[in-house]
Design a protein around this ligand. Structure first.
Ligand SMILES: [Fe+2]
Length: 188
């Protein structure tokens, strides 16, 4: 992977947010891009590491890649956007960033199983997609997740920003604000 390709992945990410993230995010009242930028902003505001900020920014990038649009839950399709996003970025970003993306759906399944009140507080769209994603983890799945995924705590933290990042009209920095942060994380 040469530096030219490495830089172009960041340009592609910025382009996706600037030009392809305008549809409404999954039954919510903010766009895909607004949702991603709010999640990243929440991470940055809380003093999170660059990996975590990137994970928050990119957790739903798979939605912008597979082109299934905002309402796949309505149609009973689980697009597996978390795998699509993580695979697209593999080889460009460190494992922690990829794991935050890959595991953010499982993190919801984990939290619905382990944290009283978490399920009730989810948005209606998020509750609907949970069913398609397999529902709350069983107690065995909770233990397996903790044992198998060394970055599961990071993914759970990203999940919390994800859940909050649905505020209509919130002013946050644009995608280009994260360009140098993303470039600083590039590997290879
Ligand atoms: Fe999200």
């Amino acid at each position: 992977m040469n530096r030219l390709n490495q830089h172009s992945i960041v340009d592609q990410i910025i382009d996706l947010f600037e030009n392809h993230g305008g549809s409404l995010y999954f039954g919510e009242q903010v766009t895909e891009t607004e949702h991603a930028l709010q999640a990243a902003h929440l991470a940055e505001k809380s003093g999170a590491s660059p990996e975590m900020i990137a994970g928050a920014l990119l957790h739903d990038i798979g939605h912008l890649l597979h082109g299934l649009g905002e309402d796949i839950a309505e149609h009973g399709v689980d697009g597996k956007h978390e795998d699509i996003g993580a695979q697209w970025l593999e080889g460009h970003f460190p494992a922690k960033v990829l794991d935050c993306i890959r595991l953010h759906v499982d993190a919801k399944r984990y939290l619905t199983a382990t944290e009283p009140g978490y399920l009730e507080d989810l948005s209606e769209a998020s509750k609907r997609s949970l069913e398609l994603q397999g529902g709350p983890f069983t107690s065995t799945e909770v233990m397996e997740f903790e044992a198998r995924e060394s970055n599961y705590k990071a993914a759970i933290q990203v999940r919390r920003w994800d859940d909050e990042a649905k505020i209509v009209g919130l002013k946050v920095p644009p995608a280009s604000h994260y360009k140098s942060l993303l470039e600083s994380l590039l590997i290879g």
